[in-house]
Design a protein around this ligand. Structure first.
Ligand SMILES: C[S@@+](CC[C@H](N)C(=O)[O-])C[C@H]1O[C@@H](n2cnc3c(N)ncnc32)[C@H](O)[C@@H]1O
Length: 325
């Protein structure tokens, strides 16, 4: 039987020491925080998949329905023989919709910080799309990332970045501009970026989306503590914390925190941290944008807003950005 393989797999997954350093520097900060890029181990990604299926979390079903509908428009914009570079791929759900829509996509490179899920998703695309050359890069996408030379040389079609799921919302508005600007060399001067961006809406709906009744978002948020307890030298007990998520109207963002249930001293490696009862550890921001507000950020980052779409309820937007000049 033919065994599927990847054209390449670049492994720059952060080492355990990097995870520990990040946790320590977050707990030394005021207010305390943990980096959301470490949410997605196998368990975290599994929980995220469950969140995506809840009634409350409109993001995934709205974006996938839009991608299905936009297929012909996207194919016309991107042209034949594309190289698709996906940022924060996670699962292979959305890329299938894009690859199905595009005309003879030539190459696909998912980039993600979590090695296991990335390898699995890339292999499943390699199996189901034998005409597409698939290679993967396990790395922090905020670092400078380069495609292998032969990927660029062999490619005749457009380079298309794909950044779904409103993961851009994890950045502050200023950091989103810096990140998008830093992506331009990866996309090349004739490249484009297809990006999913969540919109500002009714506060109750936003709060519900991050506090689902089944408790998957709570488990997802707490999972970072389980990861710390499992992988690092620590006496931290995840049961001493609870999930807290709310819309911060002034900042236009959902904030996720872990609230300490008691006064406690937590040891990580050689260091100890005092955490007061009710003290919050900030774990994630999900900024919500207006359509014009996002286009302004993209333009400041050196892109042209070539096309943008919203769903009928104005919950979510998808933007096709091209490189300015
Ligand atoms: C919110 S999930 C989105 C998954 C999927 N793209 C979607 O649209 O549903 C974010 C994904 O980005 C990855 N990720 C988060 N921060 C990252 C970083 N700094 N560098 C690379 N990947 C990152 C996570 O591992 C995860 O797979």
């Amino acid at each position: 039987m033919h065994k599927p393989s990847l054209a390449f797999f670049v492994d720059l997954e952060p080492a355990l020491e990097d995870f520990q350093d990040s946790v320590i520097s977050g707990l030394l900060a005021t207010p305390k925080n943990l980096a959301c890029k470490f949410f997605y181990d196998d368990a975290g990604l599994d929980l995220f998949g469950k969140i995506c299926e809840t009634e409350e979390y409109y993001v995934t079903r709205t974006e996938t329905a839009m991608l299905r509908e936009l297929g012909p428009a996207l194919a016309a914009l991107a042209g034949p023989g594309c190289t698709v570079v996906e940022l924060g791929a996670g699962s292979d759900l959305k890329i299938r919709l894009l690859l199905d829509a595009l005309e003879r996509p030539a190459q696909y490179v998912p980039i993600d910080i979590s090695q296991g899920p990335l390898r699995k998703a890339a292999l499943s695309i390699a199996v189901d799309y034998p005409a597409v050359r698939v290679g993967a890069i396990c790395a922090d996408f905020t670092a400078k990332i380069e495609l292998p030379d032969d990927m660029i040389a062999e490619n005749t079609g457009q380079r298309l970045g794909f950044f779904p799921g409103s993961t851009i919302g994890n950045f502050s508005r200023e950091d989103a501009k810096t990140f998008l600007s830093g992506l331009r060399p990866l996309l090349g001067p004739k490249g484009a970026l297809l990006i999913g961006v969540d919109l500002q809406k009714d506060t109750a709906r936003l709060n519900a989306a991050y506090n689902d009744a089944a408790g998957y978002t709570a488990a997802f948020n707490l999972n970072i503590l389980h990861r710390i307890a499992r992988d690092l030298d620590t006496d931290l007990d995840p049961d001493d914390f609870e999930h807290c998520a709310f819309y911060n109207e002034a900042q236009g963002r959902i904030e996720m925190h872990l609230r300490s249930l008691r006064n406690q001293r937590v040891r990580i490696g050689e260091r100890a941290f005092d955490i007061a009862e009710s003290e919050m550890i900030h774990t994630e921001n999900s900024h919500k944008f207006t359509l014009d507000g996002f286009v302004e950020i993209a333009e400041a980052a050196g892109y042209v807003g070539t096309a943008r779409w919203t769903d009928a309820e104005n919950l979510f937007s998808i933007h096709y950005l091209t490189i300015a000049g």
